[in-house]
Write a protein that binds this ligand. Structure first.
Ligand code: ADP
Ligand code: GN1
Ligand code: MG
Length: 374
């Protein structure tokens, strides 16, 4: 659960939005690491609920640009979903609730940015995959979502966080954090620093392929964590892809790799015991089947296909070095629940990197098998 309590000025914030009934309750919601998310219940006859989010503008430096992206993406996806799903479409795409004066967001008295979405009913997000079907669903959903964005009109989206998945620049941030050692923690995490430095060359692999033109940029989600897809409470099928703040130009391999990190892993990303963490090959197979079976499967080239397993390793490595960097900098980025949280997250990510390295050949064989069967 989010640990940020409902702020004292919340009633004024609610009043700026045309909710269908008076607010009866508001509570912190979800387990995202970045934004503050609240569930708001109302006394409306239809029991209408809303998701209020305070966007973290220390991390997202240009919230108006971010919200322009979100508006463009939600409008485009909603139109596609309506065409395909008719009446059932309402909960299949995030729907922004504009302020009373028609804006996509509200700026509060102290400069905070708020937005409101309709609550997606009858669905839930999970922090960990517990069966292969969930993994297949998530991959199908993110693959379909990416395909829906392929013809997004209006030019290039804003980069809401520059160099978000630029692993070379993530690596250089780590190197700087080690040198500066702002929180005096470098000596304690020597083993993790050594692991990160030993894998430095991985940071350039996809960037090099991209520079050579062998793989190319598309509109991607960039945060395809399993808890960023809502699954139906009854059928377990995907209802909607959420958390649109990092939708911008990226590589499809980043999206697939992040799915491997969070959906083909044996435990939570912050399991305090790294020995519990390993790659789950049946879930990896399900991800490959779901992703290659989605419309995106038709447009991936052979180089992209050959790097599906490596993408998982790279995104896990990237998250590991980001957690380590944050630990070294004194926990300035991610929300933490205890002082060693970022270190535990890092260790458990590095355990998964090592496990994926060991399973490299088996993963390559799975990709080939699934591809050959299509
Ligand atoms: P963060 O960027 O902090 O991860 P998210 O947008 O992913 O924020 O929201 C956090 C959590 O809130 C999600 O994992 C999901 O459980 C829940 N959530 C977000 N939007 C909705 C929505 N429209 N309807 C229902 N639940 C939602
Ligand atoms: C953050 O916002 P959330 O919790 O879905 C982070 C991702 C990381 C993830 C690690 C904007 O995602 O990049 O992979 O934590 N989002 C941002 O769990 O930095
Ligand atoms: Mg999220």
């Amino acid at each position: 659960m989010s640990s940020t309590p409902v702020p004292p000025d919340f009633p004024q914030i609610c009043a700026a939005f045309p909710l269908t009934g008076p607010v009866t309750a508001a509570e912190p919601y979800g387990s995202g690491h970045i934004n503050e998310t609240y569930l708001v219940r109302t006394a409306a006859a239809d029991g209408r609920r809303y998701i209020f989010q305070k966007v973290n503008h220390r991390i997202f430096r240009n919230v108006p640009a971010l919200m322009e992206n979100v508006q463009r993406v939600t409008t485009h996806v909603a139109a596609k979903v309506r065409a395909a799903a008719g009446e059932a479409a309402a909960r299949r795409a995030l729907t922004l609730v504009p302020t009373r004066d028609g804006r996509a967001w509200l700026q509060d008295a102290v400069g905070g940015y708020w937005r409101v979405y309709d609550f997606i009913t009858g669905a839930h997000a999970v922090d960990r995959v517990t069966d292969a079907e969930q993994a297949r669903e998530a991959a199908r959903a993110f693959g379909t979502f990416q395909a829906q964005l392929a013809d997004l009109p209006g030019g290039r989206l804003h980069e809401t966080i520059p160099n978000f998945h630029h692993t070379r620049s993530r690596f250089e941030n780590l190197r700087r954090a080690v040198t500066e050692d702002a929180a005096g923690r470098a000596a304690e995490v020597r083993a993790e620093i050594d692991f990160a430095f030993a894998h430095e060359t991985d940071a350039d692999r996809l960037l090099t392929l991209q520079a050579r033109g062998e793989i190319s940029e598309r509109v991607t989600h960039n945060d395809t964590k399993i808890n960023n897809v809502m699954l139906d409470d009854v059928t377990g099928r995907t209802v909607a892809v959420i958390d649109l703040d990092t939708i911008m130009p990226g590589l499809p391999l980043y999206d697939f790799g992040e799915m491997v990190r969070t959906s083909a892993s044996s435990t939570f990303e912050d399991d305090p015991n790294p020995a519990n963490m390993r790659i789950q090959l049946p879930y990896f197979r399900a991800l490959v089947e779901g992703y290659l079976g989605s419309p995106v499967g038709q447009v991936l080239n052979a180089v992209e296909r050959a790097h599906l397993g490596f993408a998982g390793q790279l995104m896990t490595y990237e998250n590991g070095i980001r957690f380590l960097t944050d630990y070294l900098q004194g926990d300035v980025y991610y929300r933490i629940r205890h002082p060693r949280h970022n270190l535990e997250r890092c260790r458990t990510q590095f355990a998964l990197v090592a496990s994926i390295e060991t399973a490299r050949d088996e993963m390559a064989a799975i990709v080939q098998e699934v591809f050959a069967r299509r």
